[in-house]
Design a protein around this ligand. Structure first.
Ligand code: SAM
Length: 276
């Protein structure tokens, strides 16, 4: 019987956020794969759990991934944790999930702390439709290309960012989206100094130029305003009615259809069609 891979979210700042199910899964797993074993050891010590740890991070994931998959196929259960938050979201867990899925291993994700969702819910931005864009590149050119591809994006956009890159990122965003675009900067979530700054890109640049950014950030940026179509004119209506009538439609039906298509009152469309 093959074992299983459990994705175990860990607190993003407040140790009280570990769930009962996460704790039980860590206790019951045969081994734990961790992004940074020193970080995870602190959490395990806090929880009073002693368990064998395997490091699985960006630069050893190709080799360690195979070892972990083999152990699971041999019947062991692995719990994957990242440094904080939900494994596989902007961290190397993504590759282990792919590898396990390809090997036919069952993957079980336990819900729990995740910086992107915590930030979105507290941001005050629209939450109905959103897209997660992860980290932007440190290269100015790639960062600009990434942002330019989002210039028409109407959904709320969410980015992860490190404090030392924040100002460069805000400047690139202001160049592409404009200084008036609304942004919520969610900092140190669930920690003692949790803070949400709701401002514009221009306002954020001014603030963090005066006061160097500290801590971990999630940036929640409003989407682009929908493009407003210019209102249809009487000439547009007359031309559309004429087109429909030429196609064989009765004037009455053509007026009705044009009124619906151009969002103009029927009498306006009718009068316009007579004046042609
Ligand atoms: N997998 C994790 C998750 O989705 O929750 C995120 C891992 S990613 C490597 C780390 C980034 O998440 C940080 O650079 C920061 O942007 C964000 N983050 C993590 N914890 C945070 C916190 N307490 N407050 C604000 N942002 C946080």
């Amino acid at each position: 019987m093959p074992g299983m891979l459990y994705l175990v979210p860990t607190p993003i700042g407040n140790l009280g956020d570990i769930s009962i199910r996460c704790r039980e899964t860590l206790e019951q797993a045969d081994f734990i794969a961790a992004e940074d074993t020193r970080v995870s050891l602190k959490l395990l010590n806090h929880l009073g759990i002693k368990k064998s740890l395997v490091s699985y991070y960006e630069h050893n994931k190709a080799q360690k991934g195979n070892i972990i998959v083999d152990r699971i196929l041999a019947g062991e259960t692995c719990a994957l944790v990242s440094d904080a938050g939900s494994p596989a979201i902007s961290d190397p867990g993504e590759d282990l999930v792919k590898q396990c899925a390809e090997a036919g291993i069952t993957v079980c994700a336990i819900p729990g702390p995740c910086a992107v969702i915590t930030a979105l819910s507290i941001s005050g931005q629209s939450t109905g439709r959103f897209c997660f864009e992860g980290f932007l590149s440190t290269s100015k050119k790639s960062r600009r290309e990434h942002l330019e591809a989002l210039v028409q994006e109407q959904r709320t956009m969410i980015f992860y960012e490190a404090p030392h890159k924040l100002l460069n990122t805000l400047e690139s965003m202001a160049e592409v989206f404009g200084t008036d675009r609304s942004i919520s900067l969610c900092r140190e979530l669930t920690k003692l100094h949790e803070e949400v700054v709701r401002t514009t890109l221009g306002g954020a640049i001014t603030l963090y130029t005066q006061q160097p950014p500290k801590g971990e950030f999630v940036l929640v940026v409003a989407g682009a305003a929908p493009e407003e179509k210019p209102a249809a004119t009487a000439e547009d209506a007359a031309a559309r009615v004429a087109e429909l009538v030429a196609g064989g439609m009765s004037r009455k039906d053509a007026v009705k259809q044009t009124s619906a298509e151009l969002n103009l009152p029927k009498n306006v469309v009718y009068d316009a069609s007579l004046s042609q």
